[in-house]
Design a binder for this molecule. Structure first.
Ligand code: NAD
Length: 494
């Protein structure tokens, strides 16, 4: 095993430098962080690294969140973090530290540049150079899950208008500041007409404010297939949390350089920078990992801090090392001259500080130096909201699961002004007029709806009558109109 070089010590750094929280991480983390901090110091980065403890050792010490008790205070003092990957212990009971960090610190934008370094790093797509901007806080990652019946689990997908506005505006401002020409939104609004539909609507509204940037929308499934097959057709992609999670790994893999990609997690008051890969336990302690992803992340961080000259210097030195065939084993190919270990690769980058690449496009300080204005989401004008009924969900398995029987019981319980309108099972209408072929789980949605506004007291009275029938109601979702438009989906089959 090769000995690691000494990491930069906090005591060596002058106090005038920008304090940066540094997480050394697990697995290959300490090796690639040591290598990266050496490069930053040699390049003249004006930062003072301050170690914050989180990760596997903390999980194992009984902190289920993976954080040391003082971690949050330390993070909030710096407002910026360079983070090596963390190993998430196997088994239940442990929370994802990354999801906790993003949501707790309000890191709403996950920015992942994915580019090819052809011909120096082998790839099928030499012209690929795209950026994925993933919404980072909402969607199915809210972690609100329930077992509602013996047969059915539920995970809530929450999409907010302010969340959509922030991420879509960020994507367009990013495109403008970085000389990008096109923003593509990816959603599944043909199926999730309200949640993904909101994202698409907001995208259309905000794109109109950026006539200099081309805007297009694609359905996520064909979009993902095209990113895999023709990534060079994309410039900036903006998408919801789960889709962004998946497509950014597809893009990184297609670029051929998972070990070279860095990412930024941006919030209004905090920013976190990390490589996109994990802690690679299979390589830990062998001086074999590629530190390029964390070096790229560190360059993104320097740009964020306004240290554009140093950011460009670091990135150009990295490109020079790649061009000169100085490669770690994961990117070795026909253009490799020397296969280097982690620390030797860092030395190769340090030797090239101050040089610009001859063939790969050089990075300039000016190209990164544009400010990205921050605009807070708009407060919507007054919206008239009226309660018009409720969907009551039941667990019910009696009478051979015959929906006509359930309907008859519910019609006895219904209030005159809020009649039963329909019953669905897994979203498919089974009453009135269902088909015997439709599979019926033990989870029934029963819609009681009025033609005129009702009061919450009416719904409580309805629930008491339903309860008196001996039915197990497991949840309710109230039905509202917003400026007269229904705020609820219609059942399939209607
Ligand atoms: P991984 O990214 O760690 O490894 C996948 C493959 O890529 C492995 O073969 C590995 O050797 C290789 N690889 C990764 N980084 C490399 C590098 N810099 N240089 C050379 N090769 C590299 O993914 P995994 O194995 O699925 O996850 C391992 C651990 O990392 C898990 O505990 C997971 O939860 C965690 N993880 C953490 C983060 C994070 O902290 N941001 C992200 C992803 C995974």
């Amino acid at each position: 095993m090769t000995a690691l070089k000494e990491p930069v010590q906090t005591a060596d750094i002058q106090t005038a430098l920008v304090p940066v929280s540094v997480v050394y991480g697990d697995g290959i983390g300490p090796e690639i962080m040591g290598a990266t901090l050496r490069i930053l110091a040699a390049a003249g980065a004006q930062i003072a690294p301050q170690e914050v403890r989180m990760g596997e050792a903390l999980y194992k010490a009984g902190h289920t969140s993976g954080f040391a008790p003082d971690a949050w205070d330390m993070l909030r003092q710096t407002g910026i973090m360079l983070k090596a990957p963390i190993t998430t212990p196997q088994g239940g009971g442990y929370k994802s530290l990354n999801v906790t960090l993003r949501k707790t610190l309000g890191l709403y934008a996950n920015v992942r540049p994915c580019r090819a370094y052809a011909p120096y790093v082998p790839t099928h797509h030499p012209d690929m150079n795209l950026v994925i901007i993933r919404e980072n806080e909402e969607d199915l990652y809210a972690g609100i899950e329930h077992r509602q019946t013996r047969e059915v689990m539920q995970c809530l997908k929450l999409i907010t208008r302010p969340g959509c506005e922030k991420i879509v505006r960020y994507a367009f401002e990013y495109a403008r500041a970085n000389g990008r020409k096109k923003v593509t939104a990816l959603t599944k609004d043909n199926i999730m007409k309200m949640c993904d539909g909101l994202f698409h609507t907001v995208f259309d509204e905000i794109s109109a404010e950026y006539p200099d940037i081309k805007a297009e929308h694609q359905i996520i499934d064909i979009g993902t297939a095209r990113v895999a097959a023709r990534p060079e057709a994309y410039d900036v992609i903006v998408t919801l949390n789960l889709y962004g999670d998946i497509i950014s790994d597809v893009a990184a893999e297609v670029a051929g350089s998972v070990g070279l990609a860095g990412s930024a997690n941006i919030g209004d008051t905090f920013a976190m920078f990390e490589a996109i890969h994990g802690s690679a336990p299979d390589l830990a302690g062998q001086d074999a990992a590629n530190p390029g992803g964390l070096i790229s992340a560190a360059a993104l961080m320097l740009g964020h801090l306004g240290q554009h000259e140093v950011a460009a210097k670091v990135q150009n030195a990295l490109l020079c090392a790649l061009e000169d065939g100085m490669h770690t084993q994961d990117i070795a190919g026909p253009h490799t001259k020397e296969v280097l270990g982690t620390q030797a690769f860092a030395d190769a980058v340090i030797e090239r500080l101050g040089r610009v690449p001859q063939h790969l496009p050089a990075v300039t300080a000016e190209a990164q130096a544009k400010e990205m204005p921050v605009r807070q989401p708009t407060t919507p004008a007054y919206i008239d909201k009226q309660l018009v009924g409720t969907d009551v969900f039941f667990e019910w398995t009696d009478s051979g699961r015959d929906p006509d029987v359930l309907a008859a019981i519910l019609q006895e319980a219904q209030l005159r002004n809020i009649p039963l309108k329909m019953i669905t099972n897994r979203g498919v209408k089974v009453w009135p007029g269902g088909l015997p072929e439709t599979f019926k789980s033990d989870h029934w949605r029963c819609r009681f709806q009025s033609d005129t506004p009702v009061k919450h007291g009416d719904l409580l009275a309805l629930l008491i009558r339903v309860h008196d029938k001996g039915l197990d109601f497991i949840k309710t979702e109230h039905l509202y109109t917003f400026d007269g438009e229904p705020g609820y989906s219609l059942g399939q089959g209607q």
